[in-house]
Design a protein around this ligand. Sequence first.
Ligand SMILES: [Fe+2]
Ligand SMILES: [Fe+2]
Length: 475
Amino acid sequence: MIKLNKKILSVFLAAVMLFASVSCAFAQPVEDWNAYWETADAKAGIIMFNGSDDSQRNFSWYSDVESKPVIRLSLNSDMCDYKEFSGESVKTYDGNIANKVTVSGLEAGKTYYYQCVSTDFTSSVYCFETDDDNAFTAMYVTDVHVSHHDDIPENIRDTAYTFDFTIEKALETNNDISLILSAGDQASEGFQTEYVGFAASPYVKSIPVATTVGNHDLKGVAYRTFTNMPNESKMTPSTYVGNDYYFVRNNVLFLIMDSNNTNSTGHRNFVRKAVKDNPDVNWKVMMFHHDLYGGRIEHRESENALHRLLWAPICDEFGIDLVLLGHSHYYTVSNVMYNNKTVAPVTKGGTVVDPNGTIYMVSGSLNRPRDDENPPLGENVAIEYLTEDKIYNLIDFTDDSLTVKSYAIESDVCFNSFTIQKTSADGGHSDRMPPLYNFIVRFIATIYEFFNNIGIHGDLTDKGFTVNFFDIVFG
Ligand SMILES: [Fe+2]
Ligand SMILES: [Fe+2]
């Protein structure tokens, strides 16, 4: 795979910046971050999400006045011969404007340069690359928890720096990362200012990001206008701030689900259609927020059990290879699971070949890691790593293998890895249907979600948000 080395690119762009103010991935110590934090680009919260496939990218940023937002896209760093893509803007609950634009028709193996333009704002020039073959590396983190604090005004800036710093460290390990996966709780209170912090890193303007809704993201309504996701589900009921969506990246179908939503019927129908519409992918990776097997928090075991009941049958039925999770803030990797039972062991540094089931993985929180030992983990957990260190994971995808490598930043160690290998298209997944009672479970869970959303409406109203009852309850 011929990839433009990002370090070389950075050096090249550092020189170009003197003349054209082009920004791509660059390293920055905390003093530089604090200065950068005050710039218009950092405050605009520019973020690039993955598009429907690698020929598209979705952009989002904030501005103060209503406008017809535009992305200027060029193959030249001086932005000559740029092409314009226009999008839509929506009013946010904070009273400003969220701009959303999709660029399409991107060609493989190219470097593109772009600027975000709205009525009162023109960004610096940023760049991104498109993949040139099926092999690529994704970075997976979770529970970033960019956090507002009433008494510490710089808390958002400092917790946002953790995210930027972690991406930078991951790029030092592998400078070909071309996707960032964040499994929920991007924010702690769901405030727009926290999402601006999450999006502040220059890296999320050059590497596409996929996020999902954590329970903390659901504390406010800002996530709804922050995101610009492809192939979004229109299911009812939803949790209002977000929804399921999917994208295809080379040979991988990514199914990004909202696990706050117990509408299991809707989730299952969404996955069934996405899988049916993308029959040629080699890998199916799901990401949602809530933990199933790895929690060490005793009072949450009933919640984990509920999520096992709702999600494991969907992963079994559609042959999901790997599920990326968050929420518990403990690093764990399950054995290969089918019907809530271990069907094959996963070992440190080991390879599972054509597994008949799914591996569920949770990474530690970036800003709120936990290392308490109790209570003991269940028999389905294969690997754990207790640490207060910050963890990032690199996932290398090829046509016939998927390797996860996990790193702790301060101890500077790759403490775990495992590989899934496939020798055939179905890779060992069973075509057995889940038990019939799952239909009844899904039905009850979907009815429950209507009533749950009435509660969510009440919570948001109590917090002073003016939100439409029907929008929330019926999605
Ligand atoms: Fe969390
Ligand atoms: Fe959470």
